[in-house]
Design a protein around this ligand. Structure first.
Ligand SMILES: NC(=O)c1ccc[n+]([C@@H]2O[C@H](COP(=O)([O-])OP(=O)(O)OC[C@H]3O[C@@H](n4cnc5c(N)ncnc54)[C@H](O)[C@@H]3O)[C@@H](O)[C@H]2O)c1
Length: 314
């Protein structure tokens, strides 16, 4: 059983969707919550300070403790200030939930440079920046003799780990990078008593998925119990990437090696390698996508999935 009482948790992108549900769940479990969200549009433009404030009001309305932060996770100084705010308001920071994300979905030949950079920045650099400043604080605390459970919970996506989706060069790449960085940080931060894990939602109904068809969508609250579990003291997990789809929570084993061909004592020639690989059973990416998401999207055949993909790409 993990505990939340008296712990302070910073949740990024906590003004809406999955992050908002996580902030509410953590506060209900007894955590002090820093609700970070600049209230930007799906593509990262604009900003609305009332978005984070509204979640803080919801938490305070049931007697919980929360403070708003409207900084951007991409901004190095904003990221530092989020950590400082947690410490200034509540005395310490015990866990960071890196949840913020934006999306600009376009096929490769249409996607612009800034559209690539900005989406990758929020998801990947944002996760790095906030974790980095938290780690600075945690190392100093550890060296000062403070011994409490600390945790980072990152957020990846099924689009990145299991089914990288067309139109998401930026988003899918950043999400798989976050999963890799989770393992790096789990290895690096153990010495300061910090556990680092990652959740990977799929098919959650938020504004990010508002245009995705199908009946398989679930409530934004499905991810929150896992995040509260991973952020709580008493949880022993570290270095894990856990997929969440509805009530199903599954441990990811990462990229795994499948069938192989061996050259023997001589190096391969390109021609021999081509023949050898032609004999290996490969998984076609459209078949994989159909098997994974076809049912949820109401698409039964691989041809239907390919037609939908091509229509999206335009
Ligand atoms: N909805 C799904 O099905 C799904 C699936 C897989 C992964 N995810 C992941 O879950 C997380 C939450 O997604 P969601 O569906 O709730 O999206 P959402 O758009 O509802 O919420 C994301 C929040 O992040 C905030 N944000 C954007 N840029 C920010 C920045 N620079 N700094 C701080 N906050 C910023 C936005 O203002 C927004 O409120 C994301 O990391 C997303 O990649 C969602």
């Amino acid at each position: 059983m993990t505990g939340m009482t008296g712990r302070t948790v910073l949740v990024t992108g906590a003004g809406r969707g999955i992050g908002r549900a996580e902030a509410l769940h953590l506060a209900e479990a007894g955590a002090n919550v820093v609700v970070n969200d600049p209230g930007v549009e799906i593509d990262g433009r604009g900003g609305d300070e009332s978005v984070a404030a509204a979640v803080v009001d919801e938490i305070r309305a049931f007697g919980g403790r929360a403070v708003a932060d409207t900084g951007s996770v991409v901004d190095w100084d904003d990221a530092r200030r989020m950590v400082e705010r947690a410490v200034a308001e509540f005395g310490d920071l015990h866990a960071v939930v890196n949840n913020a994300a934006t999306e600009v979905n376009k096929g490769l030949e249409r996607l612009g440079e800034a559209e690539f950079d900005d989406v990758v920045a929020v998801k990947l650099k944002g996760t790095f920046a906030v974790s980095r400043w938290a780690a600075v604080h945690w190392r100093a605390q550890h060296e000062a003799g403070v011994r409490v459970d600390r945790a980072i919970v990152n957020t990846a996506s099924g689009s990145g780990l299991l089914n990288p989706l067309p139109t998401q060069s930026n988003y899918a790449a950043a999400n798989s990078a976050v999963a890799a960085m989770t393992i790096v940080h789990a290895l690096e931060l153990r010495r300061w008593g910090v556990r680092v894990n990652c959740v990977s939602p799929s098919m959650v109904r938020t504004r990010l998925t508002a245009t995705v068809p199908g009946s398989g969508m679930t409530d934004p609250g499905v991810v929150a119990p896992l995040v509260t579990c991973l952020a709580g003291d008493g949880c022993l997990l570290t270095g894990q990437v856990l997929s969440v789809r509805g009530g199903s929570v599954a441990v990811n084993r990462g990229w795994t090696l499948g069938p192989r061909v061996e050259s023997g004592s001589e190096p391969w020639t390109a021609a021999a390698l081509a023949d050898a690989l032609a004999a290996v059973e490969m998984v076609d990416p459209f078949d994989a996508l159909t098997a994974a998401l076809g049912d949820a999207l109401g698409l039964t055949s691989r041809e239907d999935v390919e037609a939908v993909v091509n229509a999206q790409l335009g």
